[in-house]
Design a binder for this molecule. Sequence first.
Ligand code: UT7
Length: 334
Amino acid sequence: MNRLKRAGIIGTGSCLPARVMTNQEFESFIDTSDEWIRSHTGICERRIADSDIATSDLSAEAAVRALDNAGLKPEDIDLIIVSTVTPDMMFPSTACLVQDKIGAVNAAAFDLGAACTGFLYGLTVAQNFVAAGYYKNILVIGAETLSKIADYSDRNTCVLFGDGAGAAVVSEVPEEYGILSTCIGADGSGGDLLKLPAGGSRIPASAESLRDRLHYIKMDGSKVYRFAAKAMEMAAETALKKCGLNKSDINYLIPHQANIRIIDSAVKRLKISEDKVYINIDKYGNMSAASVAVALDEASRKGLLKDDDIIVLVAFGGGLTWGSAVIKWKAIGR
Ligand code: UT7
């Protein structure tokens, strides 16, 4: 039997829309305040895509930047995975649209739905394809245009979300580096806590579904909150244990950016010092599947990830889902 190969991230990229929407802007049309949003979430502003920009546009730009970072050409890519809850349309997949936009003519392509944990799910799939020797180079993209499904009349949800895309190229790397382990999980019994009810086969689009505002995000924020910090700790610990490491081995943590209070609580549980945690929720809000992908790219480009560092990516999200990846970092391909 062939030995499994070691998979790792050899390049990253991201793309954020230029338009900045501040907390103050919400004050003019819903009953909220900059003070409430900052103190309850840590968010100061978020990026919003123009009306003619869809998830595949942000994805393609992030992908091109990741390919450039990895020193690969579009033709070198064997598979594109787009993790998103805001595909351009029900089908074709956003991954197919990205394949065409960037000219990745040799790539298979599919979308993956795991909400905010989508990038971790995508990394896990890519790692296993590369480890098995089935594919050489895989583009994993986490991308969202949540502004298109946020209900701007619901103060409980609309202030939380932003748009963006992040991408990573996963390829074979030397044995001593790369993705040491991943952990993904789900608890479908919590599916009702965070969902977009209509537009699928359960409630197809109709005049009634539009009238009842069922094409927007619905969330039980406090129940998701209670699940979140515990899920991040559990996912990170499980992934660390799988590769024989523990919390004290973490050099840098890149968590899903849903709420600064959730991150703080996970950081306390994991007993990491705050300067080892990447935070960008203040600038972008919650970008669901794009959050960890964008944060990873920013941390890498800022030089915060050092060779030989143990990097832990961790997320939770709708589904409910959770996931984590432990990476021994090396700036390969950059
Ligand atoms: O990526 C995964 C998906 N989502 C999440 O991770 C979100 C997880 N949940 C959260 O981050 C928090 O639960 C929220 C930020 C959504 C809410 O914060 P909270 O501290 O848990 O507030 P709460 O739900 O306990 O609500 C407190 C009050 C309520 O008013 P009443 O009923 O006590 O009068 C809300 O109506 O805050 C009110 N509220 C707001 N007030 C001003 C909710 N949203 C707003 C708002 N501005 N934007």
